[in-house]
Write a protein that binds this ligand. Structure first.
Ligand code: RM4
Ligand code: MN
Ligand code: MN
Length: 424
């Protein structure tokens, strides 16, 4: 479905005077407000094709109505999000959940919505119907060469699909690991994964990047073969310049200092991609910013700082993707909330006075450093984010407009109440 022609303009008109009042105040307080708005306007976060249906837990899935039944409908849903917030102009495909049958047509459809193809995601954590070898005991790490070969071939196939669509990166997330002590020879598992990744790396086109994602635990509960940033970094450095580490916020043990990880990976030129979500206990796939918005801000502060130190373009320097889908919300509303939380944290990071912060550090003025850092975090920057949307033709309040135009009800009318979405 598409939004009615004038709905965004009418919505913005009704909210404009209140928005302008807030902007007048912020402009008085923030000297470089326009610079911040420009950067916000350029920033795009990819939506994964698996986040558009209701996610599940391993205990069950309660699907909602009007879920997309095909890749075309998923692209159309992202088109809707992008029309509303102008910050969701990319899709990240998961193979085999979303295999494009006609790549050209899919590419064209995405282009019509202003959507490009971000990183491709392979899947060797599930067995697919008709598959010869099983991934029950791992894929790229498997003791059997035949299983490893099958998993390597799958990744090469994913690259092929990505090339047809204009993507330029592959994310490899492995469930490989072990559930019980003694089950696995750690060194052999590492070596197998490394050799398998080398073959995948060799199949990358020259302009492509390989993102090695890590995860602390789950589905394996004793060891994970790419379990933390150190292991991912090791693979990425051994593989070569096209390989990078990918940080997924939900893939750490509780209380890990993710901002420090990000700072060091950026310093080494080895941070490639980022998956946004939030978690309270583990890989909870909760809405970005719903549990730890301050941590998100601190991470963004390091991202901005680290990218600036390297002269990287914020919008294109790294692969940005939301990686969350939960049971109890309308997925489109959840994604609007997530993108908003990301933009707010980014705006606050841009607002923080980096020079003054550096001076406070040099003077060992711990109190001043904390005050500077927190004063940006405590500023209500929502109007800046809205101003960036307004400039790009989006809605001042995307969620409000989504609800008032009854998008979900229309989708249910179009697609029915039953879910056929593939994925988790
Ligand atoms: C994993 C990981 C990957 C994602 C899958 C669906 O936990 O975060 O990035 O592709 O879930
Ligand atoms: Mn992820
Ligand atoms: Mn995850």
């Amino acid at each position: 479905m598409q939004l009615a022609r004038n709905s965004i303009a009418d919505h913005n008109q009704a909210m404009l005077s209140s928005h302008e009042r807030q902007m007048q105040y912020l402009r008085g307080e923030i000297a470089h407000a326009d610079q911040i708005i420009n950067k916000l306007a350029a920033f795009q976060v990819a939506i994964p094709s698996w986040a558009l249906g209701t996610g599940g837990t391993r205990f069950g899935r309660f699907s909602g109505g009007g879920e997309p039944r095909s890749l075309e409908e998923k692209i159309s849903d992202i088109g809707l999000l992008h029309a509303l917030n102008r910050s969701s102009g990319a899709i990240s495909l998961h193979i085999p959940w979303d295999i494009p049958t006609d790549a050209n047509a899919i590419r064209q459809l995405a282009a019509q919505h202003g959507i490009r193809f971000d990183a491709m995601n392979s899947n060797t954590f599930q067995d697919q119907p008709g598959q010869e070898a099983s991934y029950k005991f791992g894929s790229l790490q498997h003791v059997s060469k035949a299983v490893r070969k099958q998993a390597i071939q799958h990744n090469i196939e994913v690259i092929r699909h990505g090339v047809e669509l204009g993507s330029e990166s592959l994310t490899v997330w492995l469930a490989d690991g072990s559930c019980f002590p003694g089950q696995l020879n750690f060194r052999q598992a590492f070596q197998n994964v490394y050799e398998s990744l080398q073959e995948i790396y060799a199949a990358l086109p020259s302009n492509w990047k390989l993102f090695v994602e890590y995860k602390a635990f789950e589905p394996n509960f004793y060891s994970t073969t790419v379990g933390d940033w150190g292991q991912s970094y090791l693979y990425a450095s051994k593989l070569g310049p096209k390989a990078y580490t990918l940080v997924d916020l939900g893939h750490h043990h509780p209380n890990v200092n993710i901002e420090q990880i990000v700072a060091l990976l950026l310093m080494e030129g080895k941070l490639g991609g980022f998956h946004f979500n939030d978690s309270k206990y583990g890989d909870d796939d909760l809405t970005v910013g719903s549990i730890k918005p301050y941590q998100l801000y601190l991470i963004f502060r390091e991202l901005v700082d680290g990218m600036d130190a390297k002269g990287m373009d914020h919008a294109t320097g790294l692969g940005w993707m939301i990686d969350a889908s939960h049971n109890v919300k309308d997925p489109l509303e959840d994604l609007l909330q997530s993108v908003e939380a990301i933009m707010i944290a980014y705006a606050q990071a841009l607002l923080c006075d980096a020079k003054a912060l550096e001076a406070a550090r040099e003077a060992n003025d711990v109190v001043a450093a904390q005050e500077l850092l927190q004063s940006a975090y405590r500023t209500d920057v929502r109007a800046l984010v809205a101003a960036a949307r307004l400039r790009n033709g989006g809605a001042l309040d995307p969620l409000k407009l989504y609800r008032s135009t009854e998008v979900r009800q229309q989708l249910i009318k179009e697609r029915g109440n039953k879910s056929t979405a593939t994925g988790l």
